[in-house]
Design a protein around this ligand. Structure first.
Ligand code: NAD
Length: 304
């Protein structure tokens, strides 16, 4: 049993992670400012601090709880928001992350796990599935801020401050509790609209692809990172699914209605799929949940 602090633990992915950590009898504290997270997602057995990672109060939380392991998920996660307000993005995603890292070092954590992005870090590349060695070329401040924090960890905190870290570059995560009202989270959006018998929209011709990984598999990768791994790992299925195929899979499980095609969004990458061999080798991790099974679980959640 360890003392584990999860920033962003009231959010979609963070709340699932907290539930699993508690089920494994760890002592868990959540730091979340509830900007997009929900109090009702926070496990009752976790200690909850409504604190921003940018706040001076963060120091007190770390001092009081003294975590041995930190999972850092708190973030501004909207790509369009970051394009419109790069300073606000950097405040949370760079400054807030560095503050969290500094506090982690101050209390002597054994492992720091950053939740990063695969989808927004590589940019347009021809190498598919994309391995970690491909030079990142983020095309948004959001991707840049995640990459910047990874670079601090890799080139400063690990070698000079001896911080043991893992950064997980997640593919497109989906599952219960994902916010269907955001601009991301296409699975949640399609499921919500189809359940309400509403029209769904697909940008472009729908042949653009993504790597959809179920939230339980992501949580499993987080758990493996407690004891294994050092450095940066892609967390994806390695399988490419087009938005059109995804739509028809979901519609087939809910109600078969045709989507409406609308003009493509400028700047969207056409293909995205992550190579996951490194995570398999070092973390002993592989995605277990088939897309259709994850979709069924997600639909069940949204129905309830
Ligand atoms: N969902 C995906 O497909 C995906 C893909 C790649 C990476 N990620 C990363 O995973 C992490 C979790 O994302 P999510 O999809 O669960 O989104 P989410 O918005 O549900 O979770 C983020 C959480 O961070 C909290 N938060 C935001 N700013 C904060 C601050 N300043 N201080 C404290 N808490 C703050 C929010 O209230 C929320 O609970 C993020 O770091 C995100 O960048 C997500």
């Amino acid at each position: 049993m360890s003392k584990i602090l999860v920033t962003g633990g009231a959010g979609f992915i963070g709340s699932h992670l907290v539930d699993r950590l508690i089920a494994k009898n760890h002592q868990v504290a959540v730091v979340d400012n509830l900007s997009t997270g929900k109090l009702r997602f926070v496990n009752r057995r976790a200690k909850f601090y409504k604190v921003s990672v940018t706040s001076p109060k963060l120091k007190q939380v770390f001092g009081k709880f003294k975590p041995e392991i930190v999972f850092h998920l708190a973030a501004q996660k909207s790509v369009p928001f970051s394009v419109n307000d790069p300073l606000a993005d950097a405040t949370t995603n760079i400054w807030g992350s560095l503050k969290t890292i500094e506090q982690s070092i101050r209390v002597g954590v054994k492992k720091f796990v950053l939740i990063s992005t695969g989808g927004a870090i590589y940019g347009a590349t021809k190498i598919m599935p994309t391995p970690e060695i491909v030079a990142p070329k983020p095309d948004s401040p959001y991707g840049l801020s995640k990459l910047t924090v990874e670079n601090y960890l890799l080139n400063y905190y690990q070698p000079l401050r001896k911080l043991n870290f893992v950064s997980l570059r997640l593919a497109n995560v989906f599952g219960p509790r994902q916010d269907p009202d955001g601009e991301a989270g296409v699975v949640a959006i399609f499921v919500k609209n189809l359940l309400a018998n509403k029209q769904c929209f697909i940008t472009g011709n729908g042949k653009q692809t993504r790597d959809f990984v179920f939230v339980d598999d992501v949580v499993e990768a987080c758990l493996k990172s407690i004891r294994a791994g050092q450095g940066i790992y892609n967390i994806g299925t390695g399988k490419e699914t087009s938005i059109k195929v995804l739509y028809h899979l979901i519609a087939g499980l809910i109600s078969k209605r045709e989507p409406k095609f609308v003009p493509p969004r400028p700047g969207d990458v056409f293909r995205s799929v992550l190579k996951n061999a490194l995570a398999k080798r070092d973390l002993g991790w592989q995605a277990q949940v088939e897309l259709v099974d994850g979709l069924k679980k997600t639909i069940k959640y949204f129905k309830a």
